[in-house]
Design a protein around this ligand. Structure first.
Ligand code: S2G
Ligand code: ZN
Length: 455
């Protein structure tokens, strides 16, 4: 049917393609798209939406397929709209420091393009090598530099998107200032393909930072991580403040054959990044933390290669624990709440799930914790996922008690859809459903993601 409106070479229906493009990095969901279509222009995306309305097709937008909440999973015969072939950088303006990317531009390609203009695209995370700009905008991707540079949302100066009525919206057009009503750009950012299919993004670029230094310190008491953060934050402009447990470090070292960062193992580690010119201030802060007993040891990169090696210890975690089919939760609370929240969760899991190994890591400088439970040998994946789903509401209760988020940066997708009420009020959810009705009256855009379908 689709061949009526798009070249056959842009349509795949073979089983292997359906299996590849029908999912993202999330496991545990049925993968059953009916076809994959590869538009090459905005107009083709418009035509696909108009056709879907007429033919009663439902569409799942697909970018780098690195999502962790099932946001790009086609589980019920939907047509996957892949932006792989809309992967060009269309324009760049040095005065505006703006680059216009098609949705399929890989994050790393944009980072390298920015560097070639002596500028900097400051949103970075482990999947930068395969994630795409459209998906980054659709999930408001965060990552490891948020503490200094904010999230994707902060760098989107404009975007083009096709709504569920087939309207091609051109939002904000790269303007710095535009006080002319509701900023629809910010509705579409983080909407996970449920309000519109993002086809192009006008991205603002930052000035190139000076050379960075990376420090890894050993923190025996998890609660002291926040003391270390506060001590450094008061004296150093941090580009990153990440943490990971010794269990996470063991898995990365085994998976990537990397040396330990410190002479002795410590229960927790913090990875800090800051301008090389702030080394003296960082040394002072380190000494203070040492005197307080908050840290016991530390290492500082002396070269870019050493900085990259230290970053591997953090950025390699997700991939290194994947073989343990971890049960993931991506949680956030206000920074001042992190110590008590961490203690709440650790206590709850130890009491209720003594056989669960908790692998803690994340962007603790943003109050964002990645709670990964590694699958115990004696449980099958199905049994383990079922136990995880039963455990999550109790974890979300701890999140709600502190006004936190049940999905800090990975989005809602399918995985967290039924738990929105732990972090959003009924009034807010009703308004979100109203917006969904306005932008996608035929319920064809990523149905069932973020919001329960058909409401
Ligand atoms: C991270 C990556 C995905 C995961 O490493 O910061 O956001 O495994 C994560 O949780
Ligand atoms: Zn993360």
């Amino acid at each position: 049917m689709l061949a009526d409106i798009i070249d056959r070479r842009q349509i795949k229906t073979d089983a292997e393609s359906l299996a590849i493009w029908g999912k993202d990095w999330t496991n545990g969901f049925n993968v059953a798209p009916s076809a994959v279509v590869f538009p090459e222009t905005n107009q083709q995306v418009v035509d696909i939406v108009h056709y879907a309305i007429k033919a009663g097709l439902r569409l799942v937008p697909s970018g780098g397929r690195t999502g962790l909440s099932g946001g790009a999973v086609a589980e019920r015969g939907e047509v996957v709209v892949s932006f792989d072939r809309m992967n060009q950088i269309l324009d760049f303006n040095a005065e505006d420091r703006l680059v216009t990317c098609q949705a399929g531009v890989i994050t790393q390609v944009l980072q390298e393009f920015a560097a070639a203009q002596q500028l900097f695209y400051p949103v970075d995370f482990a999947s930068a090598g395969s994630s795409q700009m459209g998906g980054n905008v659709a999930t408001n991707a965060g990552g490891i530099k948020v503490i200094r540079y904010g999230l994707t949302r902060d760098w989107v100066a404009g975007l083009r998107a096709v709504t569920g009525t087939g309207a091609l919206l051109d939002c904000n057009n790269g303007l710095v200032k535009n006080a002319t009503g509701y900023d629809l750009r910010h509705l579409l950012i983080g909407s996970e393909g449920t309000l519109g299919l993002i086809t192009e993004v006008d991205v603002r670029l930052a000035a190139q930072p000076e050379p960075q230094t990376v420090m890894v310190v050993g923190v025996p008491q998890v609660l002291d991580l926040l003391n270390v953060l506060n001590c450094f934050n008061s004296q150093v402009t941090l580009s990153a403040f990440e943490f990971f447990s010794d269990l996470a470090l063991q898995k990365v070292r085994a998976h990537r054959d990397l040396p330990a960062p410190l002479a002795d193992a410590v229960a927790y580690y913090a990875l800090l990044e800051f301008d090389a010119s702030a080394m003296d201030a960082a040394s002072t802060a380190f000494e203070q933390c040492l005197n307080q007993g908050w840290v016991v040891d530390g290492v500082v990169s002396q070269s870019q290669a050493q900085a990259d090696a230290l970053w591997q210890l953090r950025e390699g975690i997700s991939e290194s624990i994947a073989p343990y089919t971890p049960y993931k939760n991506d949680l956030s609370v206000c920074i001042h709440d992190v110590p008590d929240f961490l203690a709440d969760v650790d206590r709850f899991v130890a009491e209720s799930y003594p056989d669960f190994e908790v692998c803690w890591y994340g962007h603790i400088g943003d109050g964002n914790l990645h709670l990964n439970i590694l699958r115990p040998e004696h449980l099958s994946v199905e049994e383990f996922m079922a136990k995880g789903h039963a455990m999550s509401p109790k974890i979300f209760e701890l999140v709600r008690a502190r006004g936190g988020s049940i999905s800090a940066e990975h989005g809602v997708g399918l995985l967290k859809r039924d738990f929105l009420n732990y972090s959003r009020s009924e009034q807010e959810i009703a308004l979100m459903q109203g917006l969904k009705q306005l932008f996608d009256p035929h319920q064809i855009l990523n149905p069932g993601k973020l919001l329960a379908a058909g409401v």
